[in-house]
Design a protein around this ligand. Structure first.
Ligand SMILES: [Zn+2]
Length: 306
């Protein structure tokens, strides 16, 4: 959780409402949710997007939201599917905005599913460089009970769900969850239409991984697929592809400048982010993380480097 991540949460939530109406042609929905299909909704967890599917035997939920949103999330789910408990909870990655209410749902019977590396991060104290502090390990009850490495599928009765790994896109444990019947993908923080894309380099996340992960998401659906980011408006596939292309342009520029011995301050002053179809809230922080991310992926700079 960095300062800049928190900074935009409120604004992102507000804009998401406007943008989703434009993209989706929104119909009347219960408070706190926006409809993706008759059975699939985006739940507003205080500016953080969760995705909920109403299935025959209960709810499938993607991400549990920050702890402060517990009451709002519970109310939204109750209005969307009265009397139905969350049976399966996916965590797209380990950050507290995605896992803050894990214990609440697990203690009510939900099975939490995530990438093995997400559970590992939640099981140990770890250093947060941007905030100069340790994040403490999460209680056992908050940690995913079921983990995977590559991916899997879940037959929810009304809908087939596929999920899979997005290697090193934002953390080391990002996943997507694809609701095939509703033609929608929860992409977590591998998509970032409003906030600065974040690369938790100390986990191994890096810009090349992010581009590769975005290509995986693009391969899941078709032109009509809706992609739900962790923050901000639901994206069309074309909007998601535009963000992917921009990230690839940044990656190519970054490689060139790192090969020339430039650091993030040089890159910023040299205009590395100029002329792109978006602006950054904190461009130096992004370039610092992007450049630092290459330390662990230096072999990608040249095929003869190992
Ligand atoms: Zn995150």
């Amino acid at each position: 959780m960095t300062g800049r991540r928190r900074f935009l949460t409120g604004a992102a939530g507000t804009i998401a409402l406007c943008a989703s109406g434009r993209v989706l042609g929104e119909q009347a929905s219960p408070a706190g949710v926006r409809s993706l299909s008759g059975r699939l909704v985006v739940v507003d967890a205080g500016g953080v997007n969760l995705v909920a599917l109403s299935a025959d035997d209960g709810l499938v939920l993607v991400d549990s939201g920050p702890a402060r949103s517990a009451a709002a999330v519970t109310a939204a789910l109750d209005s969307f599917a009265p009397g139905r408990a969350v049976r399966t909870l996916f965590n797209t990655h380990y950050h507290a905005d995605q896992t803050g209410n894990n214990e609440m749902f697990a203690s009510a019977g939900a099975r939490i599913v995530a990438h093995a590396r997400t559970r590992r991060w939640m099981s140990i104290d770890y250093w947060v460089p941007a905030e100069d502090r340790y994040e403490e390990a999460r209680p056992v009850g908050a940690r995913p009970a079921e983990t995977f490495r590559a991916g899997g599928s879940l037959d929810a009765g009304v809908e087939e769900i596929e999920y899979g790994y997005l290697p090193l896109a934002h953390t080391s444990g990002d996943i997507y969850v694809h609701f095939k019947g509703s033609n929608a993908v929860a992409a977590g923080d591998a998509a970032s239409p409003l906030r600065d894309p974040e690369l938790d380099y100390y986990t191994g996340a890096w810009i090349g991984g992010r581009v590769d992960a975005m290509d995986i998401v693009l391969g899941l659906g078709d032109a009509e697929t809706r992609i739900v980011p962790a923050y901000g408006p639901v994206m069309t596939q074309a909007e998601f592809r535009a963000e992917r292309d921009m990230m690839e342009e940044v990656r190519a520029r970054l490689f060139t400048q790192v090969r020339e011995g430039k650091g993030p301050r040089d890159m910023l002053e040299g205009g590395l982010l100029d002329g792109l179809p978006r602006t950054w809230n904190d461009p130096y922080a992004f370039l610092y993380d992007a450049a630092k991310g290459l330390w662990a992926h230096h072999n990608k700079l040249d095929r003869n480097v190992v």
